[in-house]
Write a protein that binds this ligand. Structure first.
Ligand code: DNO
Length: 398
């Protein structure tokens, strides 16, 4: 696999040289400074590419865009979207002209990945991302005060949530809100409670079936051009793979991928296999999903989570947690071999270690939540070890 690393651009406290030291060559990035819906010009793309490739000795290159974001009005199917689609396709053409052809994106309404705790202490002083079900219920029921939320969460969780909410100082509630909002990269679209309520209102009546239709509409607007340009789209699954704040989420299971593939069969309509996002859902068997959709996997995020009975989960070590990473990696290496034998020049899949614990000198460095240097370096090193072992034992190309 093509070992890669997410870089948030010049403002990322984890510099490009850390990527090289961690042993990756592929750089996964986005022009986070450009507002959603605005064209990524070839000039801006080349500028970023220039930074990444400035030192030829490091041998880094920009291999995946994560993400080319979809404007909320497309998910809302609001107003005339012609210009948004024209701009999106213009960005695709500009990226393709620069040789960048793998696009990661998501179709989560309002929020992206969502946690309640960004700094859960680990034994020995590390820190992890965590989703605590009763705190999320407290947010939904008593901070957002969403009608119907209490019934959805169930009595036991609501009772625990209420106890927490009544005792917690305002500063803890503020931290909870900012933790829940932390998943939106870049400087745009972070909401406070009134703005969130307003967004939820705009999604009122949007069922999963309706959102699915909108996703298919988006795919029909972009996948034909992706085919023409030789680009690959890789949808990122919902994280966590369940409805949040009553919003529909439609990229959470094998069934959802089946629906997408049937609606727009081109292989350019592919997926990002994010083992951590999918792995937080009890409905998902990750090695089985990797096997079933192997030919559509254009990008891989490897990470593990440990689930708890009440719906809470915590980010585990990359080879710990509930997902059988050995099986997943073996399945992916087999798919690579199949692609190689089919004569595809780009048979190697871009892979990045997703999220890492904050470890040792990571603490208080100001890296983006989940994107510490040492934690991810450890994750990548463990996965690399696994890849090499499987490749040698099973005679599969790395
Ligand atoms: C979280 C990331 C996601 C991902 C987007 C892709 O750490 O994996 O935020 O970048 O959902 O569009």
């Amino acid at each position: 696999m093509e070992q890669s690393w997410r870089w948030f651009g010049p403002d990322d406290v984890v510099p490009l040289r850390a990527i090289r030291q961690a042993g990756a060559r592929g750089v996964v990035t986005a022009l986070h400074q450009i507002p959603y819906g605005v064209v990524w010009s070839e000039e801006e793309i080349r500028k970023r590419q220039g930074l990444i490739e400035a030192d030829p000795e490091m041998g880094l290159h920009w291999n995946v865009v994560e993400s080319l974001p979809i404007h909320e009005r497309i998910k809302l199917d609001e107003g005339d979207q012609t210009e948004l689609y024209d701009n999106y396709r213009a960005s695709m053409r500009n990226l393709a002209a620069c040789g960048i052809k793998t696009i990661c994106y998501n179709f989560m309404p309002v929020v992206d990945w969502t946690r309640t705790t960004l700094y859960q202490p680990l034994p020995g002083g590390g820190r992890a991302l965590r989703f605590e079900a009763y705190q999320y219920a407290a947010f939904d029921c008593f901070m957002l005060r969403r009608p119907g939320a209490e019934e959805e969460h169930g009595a036991a969780l609501v009772a625990r949530a209420k106890k927490w909410f009544d005792a917690a100082p305002q500063s803890d509630k503020d931290t909870l809100l900012s933790s829940i909002m932390a998943g939106l990269p870049g400087a745009f679209d972070r909401y406070d409670i009134p703005a969130l309520r307003n967004m939820l209102e705009r999604y009122k009546g949007v069922t999963p079936a309706i959102l699915r239709e909108r996703l298919v509409k988006f795919l029909r607007e972009v996948i034909p051009l992706a085919d023409e340009l030789g680009m690959r789209f890789a949808i990122h699954p919902d994280d966590p793979p369940r409805s949040l704040m009553g919003l529909p989420r439609i990229v959470s299971s094998a069934e959802d991928f089946r629906y997408m593939a049937a609606a727009v069969p081109s292989l350019a309509n592919g997926i990002t296999l994010c083992t951590g996002s999918l792995g937080a859902g009890a409905q998902n068997d990750i090695p089985a999903i990797a096997g079933e959709f192997a030919e559509r996997i254009h990008f891989v995020h490897l990470r593990n989570v440990a689930k708890e009975a009440d719906g809470s989960f915590q980010e585990a070590e990359h080879l710990g947690g509930d997902t059988d990473m050995v099986k997943v990696v073996e399945t992916l290496l087999r798919e690579q071999k199949r692609r190689q034998e089919a004569g595809r020049a780009d048979w190697r899949m871009p892979m990045r270690p997703d999220h890492g614990h904050e470890l040792l000198d990571d603490i208080n460095k100001g890296s983006f939540p989940g994107y510490s240097a040492i934690g991810r370096l450890k994750g990548l090193a463990e996965i690399r070890g696994l890849m090499v072992a499987i490749s040698q034992l099973e005679k599969l190309p790395l």
